[in-house]
Design a protein. Structure first.
Length: 144
């Protein structure tokens, strides 16, 4: 099985969450486990790296809370109007920073901003940074 660094895993997790948003938006049935397995091209959920499994599962488990957390910080905007890629980036980062706490808060936000720079329109990374700065509370990172 290939080795993935955290940046690769964040990207794959964000992509899986993006697919989930597409399914939800189109009112299609889906198997969330199959979505993340498809990102890694594996047959068994246990073959998905632990970091991705954790962040992805927590994002789905806390779906309503994360939506509410994002909406609390939107001004004259609604969650449903956000670009699905933007939603996926925010979900990945909030799941990691608010629930999993597997990396320092600063790293979580910085990595999400990098994803936004790579996948969103110019300048949208500032929006992602602002939302995450408010939506992810400070926490003591205990290390690996």
């Amino acid at each position: 099985m290939p080795e993935y660094n955290r940046t690769d895993e964040r990207t794959k997790t964000m992509s899986a969450l993006y697919q989930v948003f597409l399914f939800l938006e189109n009112h299609e049935d889906f198997d969330a486990t199959e979505v993340i397995k498809g990102q890694y091209g594996v047959d068994d959920f246990e073959e998905v790296p632990v970091f991705s499994r954790c962040v992805y599962a927590l994002a789905l488990e806390h779906y309503d809370e994360i939506v509410k957390s994002i909406e609390e910080h939107l001004v004259n905007w609604t969650f449903s109007r956000l670009d699905d890629v933007c939603k996926a980036i925010l979900f990945e980062a909030i799941s990691e920073g608010k629930y999993a706490k597997l990396s320092p808060r600063k790293v979580v936000i910085s990595e999400a901003v990098k994803l936004a720079k790579n996948y969103l329109k110019d300048g949208d990374h500032r929006f992602v940074n602002a939302i995450l700065d408010k939506a992810i509370p400070e926490y003591d990172f205990q290390g690996k």
